[in-house]
Design a protein. Structure first.
Ligand SMILES: NC(=O)c1ccc[n+]([C@@H]2O[C@H](COP(=O)([O-])OP(=O)(O)OC[C@H]3O[C@@H](n4cnc5c(N)ncnc54)[C@H](OP(=O)(O)O)[C@@H]3O)[C@@H](O)[C@H]2O)c1
Length: 886
């Protein structure tokens, strides 16, 4: 019974995930998992023969799932059919609309297909949604094993009794086509070649390792300043977390234009070995240094001094280079000067303390906690009266008093807001204010110019910019580092080491502000001696990731269409540099010209994005012409991928169609794809990707698109047979796409109701993952309704709050606020974003700190109203206050 309901739903183009009704069943045992989701209530109900037992009290006819899967049923008045409904439920145990039709006696129409790449499945899916289509059935005998259909013998008798719309005979097996939900971890793979990046949500919980096996090795290229560079392959052993990484991971600083050209912006320093020689090296890169390996620019890499371990080296790179550049190179630090070092227990702070001690400076420091104060007193012998809190601006008065009102010669600042202003006031006449924090710079904070009358200097330090973009500077740094590696100036900094699998904990630890020194991510253990046999990195669950090879070429048919242009752009961002786009008419529209210009200007601005794009306008419907297309692509570089997008749509109900238009749609999709499959197989071209963009109209059906459904279905069969032959083949049944393409300016029509348009960025994000799956046909749709939030998400957020605060909620008084307990601003930012994103609760950073433990507990219990009320009250007060003139 359950299986029957299941089959009916599947064949009737119903998306069970979108149905919000109750199904009454005699037994719910054995019903498929797809129908057990929350929005689809299953009710076990065993009705007696008497129709008055129909449970109208709690299940009215409108609550029943009625599948009006053909036009004749649309006008049906369910109230008048109540008796009939009851009879059907009583007799059959379930109710489907086709049982209610007045005219169910008409004969079925059977379509028989017996060649392997036939599109009958997509055809029938569409035809069944057209008038009279509910009588259509098909038998798809893929291997052409049967010359005759005899419904009295197997397997045809079975087909008849199953009464399914689609019946497939393949390799002696009888089956049908169904959509199954991909497992949650469909985009995960076990890999020991990975790098760390931030996921979609741009918060710490979205940090994940990405598989980097598709990323091709670079030997030479250009840096972002268009200078030719050579790359060295390094295995990474240790990487250091910098505040900048955490700021990106929490979305606290925006990535700026760089994010348009680089898909990873975290990971700035590493230590490891050259793959070729095994030599121990350390280095910088613009990003992607939390990784198992890297192709590093040769200038950015240097030997590790013998007296340092790799973990030592990684504690020195960004910390000492920042202080070297800020204090020595820019502020020209002199012996015996007075220096204020903020957050002195951190990595940069300790590097500054070491360098200033070497220069015999008079050191003043700030710290955030008592532990850090003790640490500086014990480790660096800094007197207690020189250590102040970085949580308020009291240090300003104390420093002024300790320096007879003069202030200090240099402030090394990383504090923000009012503490930055207080620090600014601590600078003595003719002193230097060295800003190494990024937040206020990003926020374009304004500072008064008045202080410049005292001849002070404001020095903004962006050591990464300097090292990467200023010619010769990186060599200067390496020289300074080696000269001072053994004379007491540079001392490795204490660190907390986390394994790669605990990287999220490591980032969270940094947001608590409790850490002292550096936080290091250990990718693999260092071998005791020089070696070329490297310790392996651990196998970790990593997110699959697509990259394209800059030394290969890719064909996109219909590449000047809406999706095609976006695809081309996306492929370039992921490494593709040689593309052939096909089109019948070439670049004609203003939008196409604009996109080409954009790609050209990217190539002009950055040589590393230099891209060859050929627009191919010859027809590819004949085999000979398609051969020419393949030859053209091969002339740019060996072909590695084909993306088939070209299509001409002619929608019309089957009964009204004209044959030429019907065939035009089919040919536009099938001919080129068949040719490309044949040619690449015959020439044994090893393709990483052979992809067709199919449609949910093919997979689920759509009235008026039977030609389109048939064509896509042919392409899907080709993908299946390629997979069987060990070749790449992937058909993606897209739902309607917004922004660009054939449906961009249209409303979605009723047969596809239940799904909404997918944004093009989301399509590309999913494509990235689907390209790495092993399936031959996948479907991608966006459900119309958002699922309601379950309590678990709240509990998860709150569990993080307790963990970040380091408190036991049971023993903490309810009236205390998060601020009173000591919530760090980094975590407050994360919480603020989470509340806004998931619950539409907008609350300022300061107000987050006024949230009480009681409110958090209620939130945990799923009662979001308290928190909402609190924020609304705050907003109300503010608006009232703003109207009062003081
Ligand atoms: N957009 C959606 O909502 C959606 C949904 C599901 C599936 N899809 C699939 O995604 C693919 C791209 O869709 P789209 O929305 O980008 O469509 P589109 O904007 O109409 O692009 C298709 C392009 O194919 C080209 N074309 C047609 N016949 C050709 C031929 N013989 N040779 C070369 N090029 C030819 C056309 O360019 P010229 O006029 O310049 O020749 C057209 O621009 C299609 O295969 C479609 O089936 C799209």
């Amino acid at each position: 019974m359950a299986r029957e309901v299941d089959n009916h739903l599947a064949s009737a183009a119903i998306y069970p995930i979108d149905v919000n009704y109750t199904i009454a069943l005699k037994s719910i045992d054995g019903i498929h998992d797809d129908y057990r989701n929350k929005s689809f209530k299953l009710m076990q109900w065993s009705p007696k023969q008497n129709s008055s037992d129909f449970p109208t009290d709690y299940v009215s006819p409108t609550d029943l799932l009625i599948v009006k899967d053909s036009y004749e049923l649309w006008a049906l008045d369910l109230e008048s059919h109540l008796q009939y409904i009851v009879d059907v439920v009583v007799n059959k145990g379930f109710l489907m609309a086709d049982n209610m039709s007045e005219d169910t006696i008409a004969d079925n129409v059977w379509l028989i297909a017996n060649d392997k790449d036939n599109g009958v499945v997509g055809l029938v899916n569409c035809l069944r949604l057209e008038p009279g289509g509910d009588r259509i059935r098909c038998i798809f005998d893929c291997n052409h094993l049967f010359n005759q259909i005899d419904f009295n013998s197997k397997p045809f008798s079975q087909i008849l009794s199953n009464d399914l719309a689609i019946n497939v005979l393949r390799n002696g097996q009888l089956g049908t086509y169904r959509h199954l939900t991909l497992p949650k971890n469909y985009d995960k793979t076990l890999s020991n070649e990975y790098y760390l990046n931030i996921g979609q949500n741009r918060d710490i919980s979205s940090l994940q390792w990405f598989d980097k096996r598709n990323m091709s090795d670079k030997i030479e290229g250009y840096n972002l300043d268009n200078k030719p560079v050579k790359y060295m392959k390094c295995n990474i052993y240790s990487s250091g977390i910098n505040f900048r990484d955490v700021m990106f991971a929490t979305g606290r600083i925006t990535s700026g234009p760089l994010s348009l050209i680089i898909d990873c912006l975290i990971g700035f320093e590493f230590a490891g070995r050259l793959k070729e020689t095994g030599e121990r090296v350390c280095g910088f890169d613009m990003s992607r240094c939390f990784a198992t390996s890297i192709n590093a620019m040769n200038t950015m890499v240097s030997k590790i001094p013998d007296n340092w371990s790799m973990d030592d080296a990684v504690t020195i790179l960004s910390t000492y280079s920042t202080v070297w550049y800020g204090l020595i190179e820019r502020a020209i630090l002199r012996q015996n000067e007075k220096v204020l070092i903020h957050s002195a227990a951190g990595g940069v702070g300790q590097a500054a303390v070491n360098i200033c001690k070497y220069y015999n400076c008079d050191i003043f420091v700030t710290v955030g906690t008592e532990d850090k104060k003790k640490f500086l007193m014990n480790e660096y012998n800094i007197p207690e009266n020189r250590i102040f809190s970085s949580r308020d601006i009291q240090f300003k008065y104390k420093i002024k008093s300790l320096t007879d009102g003069k202030g200090v010669d240099i402030v090394l600042n990383s504090l923000t807001g009012d503490k930055l202003e207080a620090s600014y006031e601590c600078v003595a006449d003719c002193g230097r204010f060295v800003e190494i924090g990024k937040y206020d710079l990003q926020m374009n904070k304004q500072l008064g110019m008045f202080a410049f009358l005292r001849d002070i200097s404001f020095i903004g330090v962006s050591v990464d910019q300097k090292l990467f973009l200023s010619e010769g500077y990186i060599q200067k740094w390496w020289q300074w580092m080696h000269e001072n590696s053994n004379n007491g100036m540079i001392k490795p900094i204490n660190r907390t080491v986390y394994k790669a699998e605990d990287v999220e904990k490591a980032f969270r630890y940094m947001t608590t502000g409790k850490h002292i020194g550096k936080i290091v991510i250990k990718i693999r253990d260092e071998e005791p001696k020089d070696t070329k046999v490297f310790n392996p990195s651990a196998f970790l669950s990593s997110t699959v990731k697509t990259y394209f090879d800059s030394n290969k070429s890719y064909i996109i048919t219909g590449g000047l269409g809406g999706f095609g242009l976006e695809l081309a752009h996306w492929m370039i961002a992921l490494g593709a540099r040689n593309l052939v786009l096909t089109s019948r008419y070439g670049v004609t529209s203003d939008y196409q010209k604009f996109v080409f210009k954009r790609i050209e200007s990217l190539s002009d601005r950055f040589k590393t994005f230099g891209t060859n794009i050929t627009v191919w306008t010859k027809s590819t419907e004949s085999l000979e012409n398609t051969k020419l297309l393949v030859k053209e692509a091969n002339s740019l570089a060996p072909i590695a991928g084909i993306f088939h997008l070209s299509v001409v749509i002619n929608d019309c109900l089957y009964s009204n169609h004209n044959i030429d238009e019907y065939i035009e749609t089919i040919d536009s999709k099938t001919k080129t794809f068949v040719n490309l499959d044949q040619i690449t197989r015959e020439s044994a071209i090893d393709l990483d990707y052979f992809v067709v963009f199919s449609s949910v109209s093919c997979g689920k059906g759509n009235a008026g698109q039977s030609n389109y459904g048939f064509a896509n279905s042919v392409c899907e069969r080709i993908c299946e047979s390629r997979r069987r032959d060990g070749l790449h083949g992937l058909a993606i049944q897209w739902g309607p796409i917004g922004d660009v393409g054939v449906l961009a300016d249209t409303d979605i029509v009723s047969p596809l109701a239940g799904i909404v348009k997918q944004r093009i960025n989301s399509c590309l994000d999913i494509l990235d993952k689907l390209l790495q799956t092993k399936h031959s046909i996948v479907s991608c749709i966006v459900r119309a309704k958002r699922q309601t939030q379950s309590g678990s998400r709240e509990s998860r957020i709150v569990a993080q709050i307790w963990q970040a605060l380091g408190i036991d909620p049971k023993t903490t008084p309810d009236h205390l606020t998060l601020g009173e307990i000591g919530m760090e601003s980094m975590f407050a930012v994360e919480l603020q974003q989470g509340l806004e994103r998931d619950y539409d609760i907008k609350v300022s950073l300061n107000d987050i700190k006024n949230v009480t433990i009681r409110m958090v507990k209620e939130f945990e219990a799923g009662k979001t109203s308290e928190l909402k009320l609190f924020t609304e009250e705050l907003r109300d007060c503010r608006s009232k206050l703003s109207k009062i003139k003081f």
